[in-house]
Unconditional design. Structure first.
Length: 395
């Protein structure tokens, strides 16, 4: 078990919290402040426990001097002040006397936000390449380090692994919840345990499939990736997505674990991917050369629903159709509906799947919606994420 923020006496300590404030910004406005809101629990805990709170985060990519202008965290400091209902001291530097003086004059319960950690990337990618000196320097600014930025846990950066290597540390509430909901569930799922996989390419999910096929009782495969599996079984898939390099992989997985894997029996297809093109349902064995499969069909939805209904744990990663277009969203909505009715544990991961669930109005029916795309995929792969692996274990 990893140490958490609760394992430390924070009173008058300089507590560095690595947050994920990587929010979307358009025309100098934050268009979605959800990530800031989600960080509040850990930040408020530190304030309530009389810490001197030092916050760090990255924002976007910083590759040129112009990137610095549009990726300053000042806008986040302003929003955070409103949400916390207290001043957030913003320091527009990532190192140096100004920052050190501001930190040294912090009083208990005060909150300070350091400028975008990726400003250090302009200087030889020091943040993203986990420059040892930078991690050590940032660690020297505090007494305790808390990693609460799940979205970057699959990367070893100076602002997570670098600091944690040089300072006593723990995880925040967000990271703790992700570990509990994903890793702990995979270790001991309440069965039947069903995994729903979709999305575009097999390539991106090979390791997830390899790991989960051993643990799950059922694997439902939809989305673009289903067609490579179908092709490997000898079906004509027309002009649907094909990940030809992984045809052999799909064939082998089906040979070994065919009894657990459920593939679509029908699909919603079209001759072209446009808003105006007509669409129709076809059984999988009737697909013609110029058909493009863009969603699972109604028979498949029913089959998937029945499996979901009898499952006690479901993990879902990847939409089962091109859900961004209403006409190909029925399958993904059908899965949402089945999960709504299911009383077990329901975990959703991946950026697209999470946004489908939220946009279609099913957020409150899920046990957990994972916040990190790449990071949650790597947890599903069974990997130890560097940003979590480096955290001290509870004695
Ligand atoms: P991923 O990032 O791999 O989870 O893929 C998500 C994307 O897969 C979404 O943008 C969907 O539109 C797309 N997708 C889902 N089903 C299909 C399909 N049958 N054909 C093409 N793209 C699809």
């Amino acid at each position: 078990m990893k140490k958490t923020i609760r394992d430390y006496d924070l009173e008058d300590k300089k507590v560095i919290i690595r947050c994920d404030f990587n929010v979307p910004i358009k025309d100098n406005k934050i268009t979605d402040d959800n990530r800031i809101k989600m960080s509040l629990e850990t930040i408020k805990y530190a304030i309530d426990n009389n810490a001197k709170v030092i916050l760090m985060s990255h924002l976007g990519r910083v590759e040129t001097k112009q990137d610095k202008e549009k990726n300053s965290l000042k806008i986040v400091a302003d929003r955070l002040s409103e949400l916390l209902n207290q001043d957030v001291i913003f320091i527009d530097e990532t190192r140096g006397k100004k920052l050190e003086n501001a930190i040294n004059s912090l009083k208990r319960k005060e909150v300070l936000l350091i400028e975008n950690t990726r400003f250090e990337d302009l200087n030889g990618q020091k943040e993203s390449k986990n420059d040892p000196e930078l991690g050590k320097y940032w660690a020297s600014l505090g007494d305790i380090f808390i990693n609460d930025a799940f979205g970057t846990c699959h990367r070893a950066h100076a602002s997570n692994v670098g600091i944690a290597s040089n300072l006593q540390n723990g995880i925040g509430f967000l990271v703790e919840k992700e570990i509990e909901e994903i890793s702990d569930t995979l270790e001991n799922p309440d069965r039947p345990f069903t995994v729903i996989l979709g999305g575009s390419k097999v390539k991106d999910k090979i390791k997830v499939i390899e790991n989960l096929v051993k643990i799950a009782d059922y694997i439902l495969i939809g989305g673009g990736m289903a067609f490579t599996f179908l092709k490997s079984e000898g079906y004509e898939i027309g002009s649907s997505l094909l990940d030809i390099e992984n045809l052999e992989f799909c064939k082998n997985i089906l040979e070994q674990y065919g009894n657990k894997i459920i593939l679509p029996v029908d699909t919603v297809c079209s001759k072209e991917i446009t808003e105006i093109s007509s669409f129709y349902e076809k059984d999988i064995n009737n697909i013609e050369n110029d058909d493009i499969g863009l969603d699972i069909g109604s028979k498949t939805i029913e089959i998937f629903k029945k499996v979901i209904e009898k499952s006690n744990t479901v993990i879902w990663n990847g939409p089962v159709g091109m859900f961004e277009m209403t006409k190909y969203s029925k399958g993904t909505k059908g899965i949402c509906e089945a999960l709504k009715l299911n009383k077990g544990k329901k975990i959703v991961g991946g950026g697209d799947t999470a946004s489908a669930v939220i946009n279609f109005g099913y957020k409150d029916y899920m046990t957990h919606i994972s916040t990190g795309g790449g990071a949650s995929l790597e947890l599903l792969e069974g990997k130890i994420l560097p940003g979590i692996g480096i955290i001290d274990e509870k004695k």
